[in-house]
Design a protein around this ligand. Sequence first.
Ligand code: UDP
Length: 344
Amino acid sequence: MPKMTERPKHIIVAGGAGFLGSHLCERLLAEGHYVICVDSYVSGDKANLKHLSRKMRFRSIAHDICSDLEIDGQIDQIYNLACQASPPRYQQDPTHTLMTSVIGTDKLLKLASKHSARFLQASTSEVYGDPQQHPQKEDYWGNVNCTGPRACYDEGKRAAETLCFDRLRRGEADARIARIFNTYGPRMRPDDGRIISNFILQALRDEPLTIYGDGSQTRSFCFVDDLVEGLVRLMNRPENPGLPVNLGNPGEYTVREVAEKVAELTATELVLEDRPLPVDDPQRRRPDIGRALSLLGWRPVTELSDGLKQTIDWFRGSAPVLPVHASGAGRSPAPALSANAERR
Ligand code: UDP
C-alpha cells in the first residue's frame, strides 16, 4: 500500500485519463495528494476516471497541452504522460503526435518553471528505435528512422528529452526523464492495437491471434503498477539524477511466446493468423534497468503471468465492445463479451 506523505502535494498529471495516467492519478490520490488531470480525451477515456471523479482532491480539465495552460495556485509536480502511445493510433495524426511531444512538452515545462514545480517527462524505449545494442542502456543513442511512420512518436519523444535537458542545464526546470518500455494492465484501450490488448481480446472472442511478421520479434512487458511505482520514485528522488532512467521489465518474450501465454491463461486453443510486419517494427527490445535499481532502488515485481491474469480479468469484466485494431486486412466488429457493456 502506498504511504501517506507528510504534506499533500499539488500535482498535475497530463494525460491523466489514459491507461498509465489514470493509474498514476489513482496512486497519487491514495497517497493523499491533490491531483489535477489534464487530458485532451483524444485517446484518454473519462471511464478511466469515473471511480476518482467524486474524490475531494481530484479535478480534471479537458485541455490539449499544445495550447497554453494557466493554473492558479500552487503546483508542486507535473507528470507529462500526454501523448498517444499506440503505433496505429499515433500514426493517424502524425503531426499532432509530434507536436504533442514538442510543443506540448515545451508548454508544460514553462508551466513548471513558473510554479517552480518538479517535472517528469514520460519518454519511451522508442527513443532507441530498432536498437543495435541489446539490452538497451540509457547511454545508447539509438537507431531511429527519422523519416519513417514511427518517427512522429520517436522523434517527438527524443525532442522532448532535449527540451527537458536544456531546461535542466539552464536551471529553468527540475526535469526528469523516464524511458518507459512496453507496459500493460487493466484499462488498456481495447482498440489500441497493442499486442497484449489485441491477443487478449482475440482469445476471449475465439478469434485467431494476429501475428505480425514471423513473430520472432521480442518485447519486454512491465505491469502497470510496477511502472507507476518507478515513476513516483523518480519524481520523488530528492536529487535530480541528471540522466534518463529506463523503466521496464527485463523479462523478454517473442511475440509468439506472448500468444502462447495468452492462449494458455485464457484456456483457449492457440490459433494464429499471419499479418505483415509493420514498417520499422523494432526486432528486439529489452531494458537494462541497472540505473533504475541503483538510483531508485526500483525493479518490477510482477511476473508476466500474474499481470496477464489481472489484465485478462479486467477485459472480461469491462466487456469492451470495440473491434480489435489489427493491421492488414479489415475485419468485422466482434460482438460484445457481455451484456453489461459500460465503456462505450
Ligand atoms: N504485434 C503483433 N500482433 C498484434 C499487435 C502487435 O504481432 O496484434 C507485434 C508488433 O508488430 C510488435 C509487438 O507485437 O512487434 C509489440 O507491438 P505493440 O504495438 O504492442 O508495441 P510496440 O511495437 O510499440 O512496442
